[in-house]
Design a protein around this ligand. Sequence first.
Ligand SMILES: [Fe+2]
Length: 219
Amino acid sequence: MEPISSPPANTPAAKQGRPITDDLRERVLRDLPEIAEIANDDLRTKVIEAWAFALAGSSYESLIDMPACGVPGIFEAKGGNQTDHLRAVTRQAILVADDYIKNFPLLDIDRDLVIAGALCHDIGKPWEFDPLNRQRWKSSPHTGRPAIRHPAYGVHICLSVGLPEEVAHVAAAHSAEGNMVARSIENAIIHAVDEAYWQVMTAGNQVDPETIPAVYRRP
Ligand SMILES: [Fe+2]
């Protein structure tokens, strides 16, 4: 049998690249001001830590530097950056959750989990978007393309910084990966507004037509 000649998965690009500094934590809070809406101190701190951890393990200095797309090549917005999507999904998830909480009191919705989950749903994206990782995945038939999608990598980040299982579940299952499980009530809200975001942007002609998946293309 031929020996595997591609670099091992734990190449430098796959490790935590930079130290997590207070500057980076402050940058995260500045770029995602909705973090302040989380009432629980520990949860709020860990959401900041998770994004600092995600960015420090990538080539990106900040979320502003990340392109405004679903994933590279799919749903590429004509302008903006990655914070536009994260912040819109978070604001809208809060609006939807608050309506249910007010008008359907029998539903057991945890508002803090909605906010933390929405903020962290795409937390694996710095890894999946990272040009260094994409170059490695492109150059080897052994890694997969990508090796790990952002939902799975997001679980790694959430659990590494001590975020609760309920938030890791949102990272894991906000996307099509979640069709294999029963989504939590908080994740059901986040999944719905996450999908709606790209549908509305598409309907509003804000997505490069070449990057719209066939199922979402308009006649
Ligand atoms: Fe998303």
